[in-house]
Design a protein around this ligand. Structure first.
Ligand SMILES: CC(C)[C@H](C(=O)O)[C@@H](O)C(=O)O
Ligand code: SF4
Length: 420
């Protein structure tokens, strides 16, 4: 069995294989300030004839406020009021207004375990595969059903295995690897499949780098982006759950059946950039070097962790942000923000002319602030560059690693980090 087949077998109480339909028990459900209100409405609709309108298990629901925080409109404020009221009424203690981006908060606060089946009403819920869970994005109405019953039906997905080997060149990171994979297979390359990332390159990655890779599985259509848990995962989890012990069962068997196995050697991989307006429009940085930029955004659930921001700080040193480009840095959570603060990087960034905002999704989906105007060009460490993603439909978004973003902040144009 693959990891995914094992997880669905546990969740449905019988041995199942890819292609079968199952009714599965959900271990954890996450919702946030944009999709949550609709899920709550749907939940009360489902429960309308019931005397007791209670969720199946309040301890298994996590509500995160991240897309529009602090509230940027009356509409956002109303959504926050509704979700807070729902959490209190239902006894949901895991909700927080200013903790950070949901996909950072979930693993960081110990809500993700290897072997878990997790759903979230956000497409990048696949990020928790970095810890060996099967986690996937669902819609608000499906979430309403989960709130009511703790169950959801699935077709057990086939698995496509990405076997990645080789050591990265200096200034090449897991973001470059995942952009390269997406460029290779395309935005539908893993549609309704679990992407399983394996090989020595993945094994050597710290959790922060693995999260970037799992997070972007959806950008190739993947249902999940799983990395088998190992001693690195165990250490990360023990920092949160002291008595956590790794269960070696949660890995794909040696004779597991994959729909496809794809092999990559990343030892010669150049830094990669996804060009407007699709995530699979990926080019080596050398082909787009010199593209003038108006704004650089370092943050998001893809690359907004301390490790990402540290790369930027170290690469920029005492140098200022180039004239005419705006550098916006948003740590993905309160915890990550505190680490950046304690390391002295906020002061460094402010002196360099950058601006550091409090944890939230920020301009990632053009929602609350930091929008690109007509004709403007942005470079972001986030995960999507669709037309209008960061503001105006007449703007252009490039995606890269934090290292490429830092090198570009020093020059004001897309720059190969290997030159810095
Ligand atoms: C707002 C939400 C529905 C959306 C998603 O599901 O992905 C957002 O987080 C995004 O990244 O586009
Ligand atoms: S940071 Fe961006 S990709 Fe991640 S959840 Fe927020 S809007 Fe979606």
């Amino acid at each position: 069995m693959t990891i995914s087949e094992k997880i669905f077998s546990k969740a449905s109480g019988k041995a199942v294989k890819a292609g079968e339909f199952v009714m599965a028990d959900i271990d954890r459900a996450m919702t946030h300030d944009i999709t949550g209100p609709l899920a709550v409405e749907g939940f009360y609709e489902i429960m309308r004839d019931k005397e007791e309108k209670k969720v199946w298990d309040p301890s298994k629901i996590v509500i995160v406020f991240d897309h529009q925080v602090p509230a940027d409109s009356l509409n956002a404020a109303a959504n926050h009021i509704m979700l807070r009221k729902f959490a209190r009424e239902q006894g949901i203690i895991n909700y927080d207004v200013y903790e950070g981006v949901c996909h950072q908060v979930m693993p960081e606060k110990g809500h993700v375990m290897p072997g878990d089946l997790i759903v979230g009403s956000d497409s990048h819920t696949c990020a928790y595969g970095a810890l060996g869970a099967f986690s996937t994005g669902i819609g608000s109405t499906d979430m309403a059903a989960v709130f009511a019953s703790g169950k959801l039906w699935f077709k057990v997905p086939e698995t496509i295995k990405f076997e990645v080997n080789g050591k990265f060149q200096k200034h090449v990171y897991s973001k470059d690897m995942i952009l390269h994979l997406i460029g290779d297979v395309g935005v539908e390359g893993a549609r309704y499949k679990a992407a399983e990332y394996a090989g020595s390159t993945v094994r050597e990655m710290p959790i922060s780098e693995r999260m970037t890779v799992s997070n972007m599985a959806i950008e190739m259509g993947g249902k999940a982006g799983i990395i088998e848990a190992d001693s690195i995962t165990e250490k990360y989890l023990q920092e949160r759950i002291p008595d956590f012990e790794l269960d070696p069962y949660w890995k794909s068997d040696e004779d597991a059946v994959y729909s496809e196995v794809k092999n990559y050697d990343v030892s010669k991989l150049e830094p990669q950039v996804a060009c407007p307006h699709n995530v699979d429009n990926v080019k080596p940085v050398t082909e787009v070097e010199g593209t003038k930029l108006d704004q650089i955004f370092v943050g998001s659930c893809t690359n907004g962790r301390f490790e990402d921001i540290e790369v930027v700080a170290k690469m920029m040193g005492d140098e200022p942000v180039a004239k005419d480009v705006r550098l916006l840095i948003i740590p993905a959570s309160r915890t990550e923000y505190m680490k950046v603060l304690k390391a002295g990087y906020i002061e460094q960034f402010m002196e360099a002319g950058a601006i550091v905002e409090s944890p939230c999704c920020g301009p990632c989906m053009g929602g609350s602030f930091g929008l690109l105007g007509n004709g403007e060009v942005g470079l972001a460490t986030s995960n999507r560059n669709f037309k209008g993603r960061e503001g105006s439909p007449q703007s252009f978004v490039y995606l890269s690693s934090p290292a490429t973003a830092a090198a570009s902040a020093l020059t004001g144009e897309i720059t190969d980090p290997r030159k810095v």
